[in-house]
Write a protein that binds this ligand. Sequence first.
Ligand SMILES: *[C@@H]1O[C@H](CO)[C@@H](O)[C@H](O)[C@H]1NC(C)=O
Ligand SMILES: *[C@@H]1O[C@H](CO)[C@@H](O)[C@H](O)[C@H]1NC(C)=O
Ligand SMILES: *[C@@H]1O[C@H](CO)[C@@H](O)[C@H](O)[C@H]1NC(C)=O
Ligand SMILES: *[C@@H]1O[C@H](CO)[C@@H](O)[C@H](O)[C@H]1NC(C)=O
Ligand SMILES: *[C@@H]1O[C@H](CO)[C@@H](O)[C@H](O)[C@H]1NC(C)=O
Ligand SMILES: *[C@@H]1O[C@H](CO)[C@@H](O)[C@H](O)[C@H]1NC(C)=O
Ligand SMILES: *[C@@H]1O[C@H](CO)[C@@H](O)[C@H](O)[C@H]1NC(C)=O
Ligand SMILES: *[C@@H]1O[C@H](CO)[C@@H](O)[C@H](O)[C@H]1NC(C)=O
Ligand SMILES: *[C@@H]1O[C@H](CO)[C@@H](O)[C@H](O)[C@H]1NC(C)=O
Ligand SMILES: *[C@@H]1O[C@H](CO)[C@@H](O)[C@H](O)[C@H]1NC(C)=O
Length: 474
Amino acid sequence: MKKSFLLALALICEALASLELPAGAPRSIHEFRKRHPVQPWADDPGRRLVTIRPSANDKDDVSDAFLQGLRDANNGGTLFLPGGGTFVIGKPLDLTFLQDVQIRLDGEIKFTDDTPYWQKNAFRHPFQNSIMFWKWGGKNVRIFGDGVLNGNGQRWWNEFSGREILDSTNDYLRPILFYAENATGLDIRGIHFKDSPCWTTFFVRSKDISLTDVVCTAETKNATARPKNTDFFDSLNVERVRIERAWVNIGDDCFSPKSNATDLYVNTMYCNGTHGQSMGSIGQYAGEMSFIRNVHMENVWMLNGQHAARLKSWAGPDAGYGFIDNITFKNFWNGNNEYTAFIDSCYFNVSGHVLPKRLRLRRVLQIDTATCARYPSRVNITNITFENFSGTTSGKYGRAVGRLTCSPNAVCSNIRFKNFNVTSPCGGSPLVICDGIKGSIGTPCVSSTSNEAKSALASKCTARMASLPSATPW
Ligand SMILES: *[C@@H]1O[C@H](CO)[C@@H](O)[C@H](O)[C@H]1NC(C)=O
Ligand SMILES: *[C@@H]1O[C@H](CO)[C@@H](O)[C@H](O)[C@H]1NC(C)=O
Ligand SMILES: *[C@@H]1O[C@H](CO)[C@@H](O)[C@H](O)[C@H]1NC(C)=O
Ligand SMILES: *[C@@H]1O[C@H](CO)[C@@H](O)[C@H](O)[C@H]1NC(C)=O
Ligand SMILES: *[C@@H]1O[C@H](CO)[C@@H](O)[C@H](O)[C@H]1NC(C)=O
Ligand SMILES: *[C@@H]1O[C@H](CO)[C@@H](O)[C@H](O)[C@H]1NC(C)=O
Ligand SMILES: *[C@@H]1O[C@H](CO)[C@@H](O)[C@H](O)[C@H]1NC(C)=O
Ligand SMILES: *[C@@H]1O[C@H](CO)[C@@H](O)[C@H](O)[C@H]1NC(C)=O
Ligand SMILES: *[C@@H]1O[C@H](CO)[C@@H](O)[C@H](O)[C@H]1NC(C)=O
Ligand SMILES: *[C@@H]1O[C@H](CO)[C@@H](O)[C@H](O)[C@H]1NC(C)=O
């Protein structure tokens, strides 16, 4: 009795101690801003300055003035939206004509939440049935300042509640907060992306994108309506993306390039409550080849989320094929995540006919061994490094802290773990589970059918929330 009590106490103490963020890591948006102050471009006195009037109230739509302001500032000028002003946008805007323009946003751009209007009038993109408030595009566009882009998502989340985005019967589409297409040279600094109805950003067929010192949050005031699918970063067909210093507190993927991404660099990101730093999903559409290659991510703090470093590819009867190659995940600190390194080759279309009904009610991501074995993924996964991982998991998978599942229909080779030291709050030796990986990964790894894996998965426990101030100032 006494012994087990002491053991329990020791485990609790260990769990508590391990959930403190390492010294120096910011615990709030204030500390983040203090550590990584917004560094605006020096005002270029030669640039033409254009201003527009702010909205008088939440119904005062200034989209026409905003569009005209951008036309006037285009080709060498700056549109200035000063602090204290709110600029309400209530109409879709085509901003793909931009050339050498700056937007200095110290105020707030806020979208109306007339859900029926936007569902009828927003722009559309066929990928995962996306809609968007506006389209940005062109050459050399800078958006900077300590202002806010506010998607006003609460009503969207309330009305969407209970649905799944990819369900074939779902017709409740929600707009993406920031969408760019055919952009070359798009620089965003300082901005706070707030409360997007759906994905926060989506970059399509674009090059030389950078996001620096940005904050992204999606927080609901309604306990039964979560801000679902609010991914911070998504892309299709992009080259040369840099994300440096981002603070993200949302309810889906933190960083998630999708089909066809080359040369991505991420340095210094804090993600709370997310689904992870995810390569993909790719291989979704039948007959289509897709790839992600040459990605380097380092200095990442993952808290209270699903997974940390994740690669996901579609399986199923209508999936595509492709590869994920040359990806480095380095210096990952974990607090209260499920798997800290995760290769998922069984990402599914739940609404497809192959899944049992009981699963359709659950999340899109399901590992259904039988279906996966029948229609395995055709996405190769090569040259992946997980280096210097520390911290602890949530205990959801017991002592299993990483899981790599490769498809029998594809190659997984040169997967390397270096200095991987993640522990489980459940105590005991942490374990990595591997299936279908070619060659050694540089750390012990057992098959999911082994007794070690089964017993590690069975010793579940729960961890405390990783530390962030309970009342955040944003
Ligand atoms: C909260 O969301 C639910 C849907 O889950 C909705 O029925 C309810 O009206 C919302 N509450 C408020 C105060 O908007
Ligand atoms: C982007 O470029 C493609 C190919 O040139 C074109 O089909 C598409 O209409 C362009 N999109 C926009 C928003 O201009
Ligand atoms: C961090 O994420 C968790 C899980 O979503 C959430 O419960 C918690 O409120 C978040 N913390 C802050 C400070 O927002
Ligand atoms: C990705 O690239 C491949 C090969 O170039 C191409 O066939 C495919 O259509 C691209 N996918 C998308 C979504 O553009
Ligand atoms: C792998 O990706 C890195 C960038 O992350 C790049 O510098 C390197 O050249 C790539 N290697 C190959 C063989 O392409
Ligand atoms: C996957 O790897 C196999 C074996 O090396 C190769 O034949 C196939 O072309 C690769 N697939 C892609 C999309 O690169
Ligand atoms: C390992 O990562 C941690 C942060 O997670 C960092 O503080 C430490 O410096 C890294 N170690 C090395 C050798 O880079
Ligand atoms: C999911 O599968 C259904 C039925 O096979 C199909 O109609 C639908 O387009 C698929 N959706 C996606 C996003 O792949
Ligand atoms: C993986 O890395 C090796 C060594 O850098 C390289 O030869 C190979 O082309 C890379 N990609 C694949 C798909 O094997
Ligand atoms: C692994 O991490 C634990 C704490 O989480 C620490 O006590 C231990 O020294 C680390 N081991 C190595 C080899 O770094």
